[in-house]
Design a protein around this ligand. Sequence first.
Ligand code: AMP
Length: 144
Amino acid sequence: MSLDGTYDDGNIFAKILRGDMPAARVFEDDHVFAFMDAFPQARGHVLVIPKHSRARNLLDEEPERLATLMQGVQRVTRAVRAALSPDGIVVTQFNGAPAGQTVYHLHVHVIPRWEGVALGRHGAGMADPEELKALAAQIAAQIS
Ligand code: AMP
């Protein structure tokens, strides 16, 4: 998928937002929805997405929506830190398949990192849904 294209209402994150697919929810407000990545690159890998958006990537998004998205990202990142005490946290976002994008609803990755622990492969093994739910609750408890 290139940088240009039409928003597909059947994408996985649109289904999650409609409640047609399950997700381990971490946080939600009027603007954003945050949930555990099902194929985490590290323990506590969270995705933050705009709720009322048909942007496939950063380039598509209304500038005003980026402010509320990043406010949500910061809240989640702070909660991940408080819940899991990582040594560092990667906040990243991919645009187009050559950049690593696989789901075409704008999203931001929040990935905790620990000294000496290698980053897992992007989109590798699926996590245990029960473990994800427990992590989601742990992080959600630290949202302020
Ligand atoms: P990207 O490659 O930046 O488009 O990121 C998409 C992310 O969505 C990847 O990290 C996948 O592991 C994750 N993912 C794919 N399907 C699901 C799902 N059903 N629930 C949660 N995360 C998912």
